[in-house]
Design a protein around this ligand. Structure first.
Ligand code: AKG
Length: 287
């Protein structure tokens, strides 16, 4: 039987009573979907999943993306983006520095992702404590706790999201190759509403992030910088955040409209971290 235990933070809940390696009946699936909409981040402990099972569960929520960086996907599985610091035969097996800035996945695409499912295969440890936690912030709560004047200021506004901006910021860590002209062509800058309505729950969600949002459209650059600085400070507040401490076998599903996240890079080889992500396709944002 599906059971849901809220994390006690602003968002996040543990789901137990399900084995995701087996096909789920419709009723359990609907309970999981409901929990995702209510808690915005859900996780399942102690799952033993093959890549096929990870993909099959993810597909219940929609079609899956093929990441623009196919060189960082699991060989033979274009749907599985690898986040890892592991080097094999002199080559990184995944993205070594993914998500060190607050962001939501594919916010720079015409149709940002509905949600992502990250599966923990190896978790770095130090003196018995896991490292490499991930932070999640609730964008529904971030929106409703903004000052009324800021909410009014954002009404009807668009913001520019730029993959190239985010990629080049993370590239400064020195582990990323230059994007090919073809990869750049696939990821032009895009404007989305600064506040979007969740397509399933109808709740308003703040939709700007430090990783990829470069400016608010229709106001001058200094004003835009000030507004973004206020929003970026606000959305990191402890009362909006859930911190996930990983265990091997966790499958964690975050909603990319209702949340954003940031990975903590507080580990290094020989502490190995190996995570695999599927990314569910989403829809065009509207206010
Ligand atoms: O590795 C993590 O904890 C999160 C990685 C991330 O930000 C992503 O896959 O979008």
């Amino acid at each position: 039987m599906v059971s849901v235990r809220p994390s006690g933070a602003a968002l996040g809940a543990e789901i137990s009573g399900v084995d995701l390696s087996r096909e789920l009946d419709e009723r359990s699936f609907e309970e999981i979907r409901k929990a995702l909409h209510e808690h915005e981040v859900i996780f399942f402990r102690n799952q033993k999943l093959t890549p096929e099972q990870h993909i099959a569960f993810s597909r219940r929520f929609g079609a899956l993306e093929h990441h623009v960086r196919q060189d960082r996907c699991r060989p033979g599985y274009p749907e599985i983006f690898v986040v890892s610091n592991v080097i094999e035969n002199g080559k990184p097996i995944g993205s070594q520095d993914a998500g060190y800035f607050w962001h939501s996945d594919l916010c720079y695409a015409e149709k940002p992702s509905l949600g992502s499912l990250l599966y923990a295969r190896e978790v770095p440890m130090k003196d018995g404590t896991p490292l490499g936690d991930t932070l999640f912030s609730s964008m529904t709560k971030a929106y409703v706790t903004l000052p009324e004047a800021t909410r009014q200021n954002l009404a009807g506004r668009k913001a520019v999201n730029s993959y190239l901006h985010g990629y080049s910021r993370e590239r400064k860590s020195g582990t990323r190759p230059e994007l090919t002209p073809e990869q750049k062509k696939k990821t032009p800058d895009i404007e989305h509403p600064a506040v979007r309505t969740h397509p399933e729950t109808g709740r308003k969600c703040l939709f700007v992030n430090e990783g990829y949002t470069t400016r608010i459209v229709g106001i001058d650059a200094a004003q835009s910088d000030a507004v973004l600085a206020e929003l970026f400070t606000h959305l990191k507040k402890d009362e909006l955040v859930y911190r996930h401490r990983w265990q091997v076998g966790d499958l964690l599903f975050w909603d990319n409209c209702a949340t954003q996240h940031r990975a903590i890079g507080d580990y290094e080889l020989p502490q190995r971290r190996l995570m695999e992500r599927t990314t569910v396709c989403g829809t065009v944002p509207y206010e």
